[in-house]
Write a protein of this length. Structure first.
Length: 274
């Protein structure tokens, strides 16, 4: 990959290969699946309830499902961010669990409250991610069979790390749902599709729309536009912010979504609007 490429994330049957250039890429971890992450270069900073966890090159971490985290994928010096994530969905975990001898399952395991676990670089972890490197470097797609095998290897490696991963991985309760309005208030300025918002709140798109209709007479799209207009009005009029300053700091990428409703609906129009 050349430095000019700003972002590449490839998904091969649950194995994500990610590469970012020389900037910080903020993202939300909100999928209802467990993730095993290995960092080849750069660094990744994870914010969990006000605490910051930094993963350096050569380190591995496990991130639990049913939790929303903020993650920053950063280049470091001359090194681009480069990492591989293994995502364990319920289907592969159920399949793996069905083949386990239930008599060998550990008893009375205390499950910690934390959501991010540092994984020691044992031989099984190291060999697993080294075997995935050629697919990254040579832009090759592993077959579905190979991807499935690597996910199984990842589960074995976690179970060999600590007994705590038995009850964590094989908890088959339904995915969590987080509060819709709370999520939208935190992320109404982010450039997210409805499908992404639904996923980040632990819902299918249809379920998200149905749940949203119970709390608002507006559609989700109209609610977002209204909320952006309210924020824009405060920033541009009451706080005296200039249009360009507000837009540059808001990280709002789809400007027509912001500008057209502002012109059509607000009695006050800043002189700096185009």
């Amino acid at each position: 990959m050349q430095a000019a490429d700003t972002l590449r994330t490839l998904n091969y049957s649950g194995i994500f290969l990610s590469c970012f250039s020389d900037y910080s890429e903020k993202c939300i971890h909100a999928t209802p699946e467990h993730v095993l992450l290995y960092l080849y270069s750069g660094e990744q900073v994870i914010e969990d309830s006000g605490k910051k966890i930094t993963i350096q090159a050569g380190e591995c971490a496990f991130i639990r499902r049913n939790h929303r985290l903020m993650m920053y994928k950063n280049s470091k010096g001359e090194e681009l961010y480069k990492g591989i994530s293994l995502t364990f969905n319920r289907a592969i975990l159920r399949e793996f669990y069905s083949k386990l001898s239930k008599a060998d399952l550990p008893k009375k395991v205390i499950i910690p409250d934390k959501n991010v676990f540092s994984i020691k670089p044992k031989a099984d972890i190291t060999s697993l991610f080294q075997s995935l490197t050629p697919y990254f470097d040579e832009n090759m797609k592993p077959s579905d069979g190979v991807a499935h095998l690597k996910l199984q290897e990842g589960i074995f490696a976690l179970l060999n790390q600590s007994d705590v991963f038995f009850p964590i991985l094989f908890d088959f309760t339904e995915p969590w749902k987080i509060d819709i309005i709370e999520f939208l208030e935190d992320h109404y300025m982010d450039d997210l599709t409805m499908e992404q918002i639904a996923s980040y709140t632990g819902r299918s798109l249809a379920t998200f729309k149905r749940d949203f209709s119970k709390i608002s007479n507006l559609t989700p799209q109209k609610w977002l536009i209204k909320r952006r207009l309210e924020a824009a009005y405060i920033k541009l009029k009451e706080e005296g912010k200039k249009y360009k300053t507000y837009i540059s700091k808001s990280d709002l990428k789809i400007l027509p979504i912001f500008l057209l409703p502002l012109k059509d609906n607000m009695a006050f129009l800043p002189l700096t609007l185009p």
